[in-house]
Each structure stands twice: as structure tokens, then as C-alpha cells.
Write a protein that binds this ligand. Sequence first.
Ligand SMILES: CC(C)(COP(=O)(O)OP(=O)(O)OC[C@H]1O[C@@H](n2cnc3c(N)ncnc32)[C@H](O)[C@@H]1OP(=O)(O)O)[C@@H](O)C(=O)NCCC(=O)NCCS
Length: 192
Amino acid sequence: MWSCPAARRGYRADVEFSLATERLRVRPWMVDDAQAALATYGVADVSGWLTPATDRIGDLPAMRAVLQAWVEAQPNLPPPRGRWAIERLSDGVVVGGLAIRLLPPYEVDLEISFQLRPEEWGNGYAAEAAEALIQWAFTQNVDELFAVAIPNNTRAIATTQRLGMEWVGETTKYYDRPLQVYRVRPSGLEDS
Ligand SMILES: CC(C)(COP(=O)(O)OP(=O)(O)OC[C@H]1O[C@@H](n2cnc3c(N)ncnc32)[C@H](O)[C@@H]1OP(=O)(O)O)[C@@H](O)C(=O)NCCC(=O)NCCS
């Protein structure tokens, strides 16, 4: 189960956004999350799977600059687009992040993506947080979300299956490289 005060009020960037699940909270990034964020985005095991191909964030100042850019961008993004931290309720540790973005080049399809620090893989956190975010997204005039995965990214593909996403096919249209495409619609989430 998840609760969503932000969704009930309607999303506004200046309102504290928070989605609570059984074990997690999905909330906006803060620049002071840099150390924890680096444990996700500074690790080649994570960055190597990201699309578009993303360099590993090299150090704390670089991570702070990236977070600063995300924090500044957020108020200008129409919901449900954005980037959020995944915080564990039991100890407040940021275990990873989530994003909803427009896929290039046509910028029509919305992609949900998830990233966890490797020592937190295998706990069901990505699926739990992403499910809450997807449910919230479907309250924001959105009726489908896509996930794209490098073909041998078995962990990401398994997460799409836990989320009830259906396989759409393989395409090179988004980032000029073959990607497996998955989609979820509100009815799919109910069935999962
Ligand atoms: C993709 C990624 C987020 C998946 O992480 P994950 O922890 O495997 O994902 P899930 O949240 O779906 O968790 C499922 C795992 O938790 C286990 N698990 C433990 N407790 C669980 C619970 N309460 N509920 C559900 N699953 C649970 C499952 O058995 C499964 O483990 P297994 O794969 O070893 O069998 C992670 O591998 C990652 O960050 N990869 C790099 C970035 C990336 O590829 N992102 C996706 C493309 S943007």
C-alpha cells in the first residue's frame, strides 16, 4: 500500500512531494543527498546500464552539481516528469533514485527508470518505489509509461515484470541502440 498526500492536493513543485510505501519514501532530491547519490550514480555497475549512455559520476562535487541541476529543473517539469530519491523509512538512507522523462527524439513517450545502489539490489526496493510512482503518475493525466532496458539487463527486465509491464518489442528509435521496451497502463498495474 502507498499513500500520496501530494497526489490528493495535486502536484505543485513548491509543495513537499512524498509517496510513502511500506518500507520506502519517494521524495525530491536535495543537494545534500550527494554522498548517498554517489553510491548509486558513481558506481559503474549502475551507470553502465543507463540510457542514454551515462558516465559514472566521478566525485562528490560532480554529484552535487548534478543534484543541483535536478533540483533546479524539477519546478519547471510538468508532472509526472521529474527525478526523485528513494529513501528507506527505517533508517533514512537514500537507496537509489527514480525518474520519469520524455524519451527522445519525439518526446511523446514517457519513460520510468529506476536505479539502486548495488548493495541494496535484491530487496524489492526498485519495484516497491516504482509501483508507487507509477500509481501517482496515473493520477496526472497519463495513461501509459514505458521502460527501456539494454537487452541483457536482466535485473531491470525482471523489475519491469514485477511491475506488471508488458513487453512491447525491441527498438533502436530512442537512443540509436537496441533497447527492450516495456509498457504499463493503469489496467496492467491492477492486474500485477
Ligand atoms: C534495475 C535495478 C534497480 C533492479 O534492482 P533489484 O533490487 O533487482 O529490483 P527489485 O526491486 O525488482 O527487487 C527484486 C529482487 O529483490 C528480491 N526481494 C527481496 N525482498 C523482496 C520484497 N519484499 N519484494 C519484492 N522483491 C524482493 C527479489 O527476490 C529480487 O531478487 P533476485 O533478483 O535476486 O531474485 C538495479 O539492478 C539497478 O539499479 N541496476 C542499474 C541501473 C538500471 O539498470 N536501471 C534500469 C534501467 S534505467
